[in-house]
Design a protein around this ligand. Structure first.
Ligand code: BV8
Ligand code: ZN
Length: 247
């Protein structure tokens, strides 16, 4: 393990431009359940029963109960050393893009700047009738489902569900940031949800070095340059320059 960490550290230190993709695993050490882990969010319901337009149409109250419950957990959560390490590494790099599948906002809280939220934000809600969107931090959110102040239509979580298109502008920005990077680091994602799951492979195919930090092997781990099977909160702090020594 030590030599892999050293290898990753050298690759990261030598590269002026990084693209990072994160998933639920990076927030696990902040107490937020992942989706597919043993204590995962999908334990009692399948994703399609909770995170899809049909699920919402069928039972908006059930979907909102799930999101309201997650908002209450996320509201209490704080960034862990993995989140803060990424913000520090960003400050050391000429070019740094943080692409996250997470909707919890912990990267923003940790001070990361250049963030692409592939799947939206749990703190955004939008009207299913008139499209009004607003940022809403109420926890609990009150009567479920919340209604639009503008037209009394039902509000939905501002996240991207299964079967929903991620706006092309976001996909284009994501692909450009990977193309403009020398190294891609993939952290805390099981690598099953598309289109995020293909990004590591895309980076490899365009000649980038790819480092993966995950608690378990994923479908593409063997294709990457370095796979570190460890907690991101314990590993990422090893990759920024400890400025106490440099001061
Ligand atoms: C789309 C809602 C166009 C938000 C979520 C091919 C191309 C395009 C689409 C598809 C395709 N094939 C299939 C599709 C459809 C679908 C899809 O991918 N299905 C899969 C399941 C097969 N994709 C879509 O519908 C996407 N839309 O591309 O539009 C289109 C549409 C239809 C058909 C064709 C094209 C939209 C995807 C967004 C779905 N929304 N959730 C929310 O409520 O959060 S998905 C959900 O999974 C979350 O958003 C989450 O971000 C995402 C990925 O999960 P992970 O983050 O990876 O979390 P997971 O628990 O799985 O893994 C955590 C990992 O961390 C584990 O490996 C664990 O070991 C590790 N870990 C744990 N602790 C730690 C750790 N690692 C390090 N340290 C630790 N401490
Ligand atoms: Zn409305």
């Amino acid at each position: 393990m030590q030599e892999k960490i050293l290898e990753a550290k050298n690759i990261i230190e030598e590269s002026p431009s990084l693209a990072v993709l994160t998933g639920a695993g990076i927030s696990a050490e902040s107490g937020i359940p992942t989706f597919r882990g043993s204590d995962g969010l999908w334990k009692n319901y399948s994703p399609q029963q909770l995170a899809s337009p049909n699920a919402f149409k069928k039972d908006p109250k059930l979907v909102w109960e799930w999101y309201d419950w997650r908002r209450q957990i996320i509201d209490k959560a704080t960034p862990n050393p993995g989140h803060t390490a990424l913000a520090r590494i960003e400050a050391e790099k000429e070019k740094f893009t943080l692409i996250t599948q997470n909707i919890d906002g912990l990267h923003q809280k940790a001070g990361s700047q250049n963030i692409i939220q592939l799947h939206g934000s749990i703190w955004e809600i939008k009207c299913t009738e008139c499209g009004t969107t607003e940022t809403n931090y109420e926890v609990p959110i009150g009567a479920l489902p919340p209604v639009c102040n503008n037209c009394s239509g039902i509000m939905r979580p501002g996240t991207v569900w299964f079967g929903e298109i991620i706006p092309m502008s976001i996909i284009d920005k994501t692909i450009l940031s990977i193309e403009e990077s020398e190294v891609m680091i993939i952290i805390g994602t099981s690598g099953v949800v598309e289109p995020a799951a293909s990004m590591g492979l895309m980076a490899k195919q365009s000649g980038k070095k790819v480092i993966e930090i995950n608690l378990e092997q994923t479908p593409n781990s063997s294709l990457y340059d370095v796979f570190i099977q460890a907690k991101s909160g314990e590993t990422l702090p090893l990759f920024y320059k400890i400025d106490e020594i440099y001061n």
